[in-house]
Design a binder for this molecule. Structure first.
Ligand SMILES: Nc1ncnc2c1ncn2[C@@H]1O[C@H](COP(=O)(O)OP(=O)(O)OP(=O)(O)O)[C@@H](O)[C@H]1O
Ligand SMILES: [Mg+2]
Length: 303
């Protein structure tokens, strides 16, 4: 048993006070990456952090991913996965699996985790209350193909693009002190299902709710540069350069896209944080030592 360090404890609590005051009554959207949902202890610390936020008067809204979990079931079913620009090509069989894993497995797991830690979470997909309305996403070949001729149109199946976010269902839940947990499945005009990258859903939900903060929890220490060092903050032009030279790729592409959209769309703070660090969320929201990469809006351009 280690002796409690009272000095350190009081220091940490004092440090948290201005953050509690600042975020009280505001909405914080948390994207919980499928890749950050690995060890049981990490899942517990995530759930405890969400519950603590709610208890101090912040309104957390969780959007989860599930890439690895979907990949695992697809491979058990011998359905092959391919990715274009970080998006999973989704034929009808794949869409069924996506929906089953997100809505039937990952979502209720997070809901139960939060509830066993003393919160009151309710799971919804983008279909509930017509929350995430979508249409088929048109996709052309990667824009960083230097020297490529005319962009090629690629069919990525049931991958959706958000057309509208109807937040009433979230407002109702939050007003009743529930913590919404959103599975990133969108609904089309004719009731069809769309697979939408969870980062994009989190960014759109954060904007639609007028959230103060968007935290993207993933499995890297933040955005890494070519030397694999964490970049502490980035603005639009820098992000574009890193995409063009291939430093930002795959799963990080939708993350930076939605982050830039969110900061220009009024979300005050957008950060990409290492969800493999215990209590990463708590550290990010309540301390001065938030780590990871902060995405800055264009307005702070030092031109
Ligand atoms: N410059 C970069 N810095 C950091 N990670 C990068 C970079 N470029 C690409 N990546 C990749 O992006 C990945 C994170 O995105 P990924 O989609 O895999 O996880 P996630 O979004 O947290 O999970 P899910 O998609 O299940 O919600 C990293 O593990 C890394 O492989
Ligand atoms: Mg991802």
């Amino acid at each position: 048993m280690t002796e409690p360090n009272n000095n350190m404890t009081s220091q940490v609590l004092t440090e948290a006070l201005p953050y509690i005051r600042r975020f009280h009554g505001t909405t914080v959207v948390i994207k919980y990456g499928g890749n950050a949902m690995t060890e049981a202890a990490l899942k517990d610390s995530f759930a405890a952090d969400v519950v603590l936020m709610k208890l101090v008067g912040i309104n957390p809204v969780v959007v989860h991913g599930g890439g690895p979990q979907i990949g695992e079931l697809l491979s058990r079913l011998n359905i092959e996965s391919t990715f274009v620009n970080g998006m999973r090509v989704t034929d009808s069989a794949t869409m069924d699996v996506v929906q089953m894993v997100l809505g039937g497995l990952v979502n209720p797991e997070i809901v139960s985790l939060i509830n066993t830690h003393g919160g009151r979470a309710v799971g919804v997909t983008g279909k509930d209350g017509n929350l995430i309305q979508a249409e088929k996403m048109p996709m052309t070949s990667a824009s960083n193909d230097a020297g490529a001729s005319a962009p090629e149109i690629i069919d990525i199946g049931h991958v959706g693009r958000i057309t509208n976010v109807q937040v009433d269902v979230l407002d109702t839940l939050v007003r009743s002190e529930f913590i919404p947990v959103i599975a990133p499945v969108g609904v089309g005009k004719n009731g069809e299902s769309f697979n939408i990258n969870a980062d994009i859903v989190a960014g759109a939900v954060a904007q639609a709710l007028g959230a103060e903060k968007l935290v993207l929890l993933t499995n890297t220490p933040g955005i890494l540069n070519a030397e694999e060092e964490t970049i502490s903050s980035l603005e639009k032009a820098e992000v574009e350069a890193l995409i063009a030279d291939g430093t930002i790729s795959e799963g990080m592409l939708p993350k930076v896209d939605c982050a830039l959209d969110a900061v220009t769309g009024g979300v005050d703070s957008v950060t990409i944080v290492d969800g493999r660090v215990p209590h990463a969320l708590l550290l990010e929201v309540f301390t001065d030592s938030g780590v990871g990469t902060q995405i800055l809006s264009q307005q702070v351009d030092h031109a």
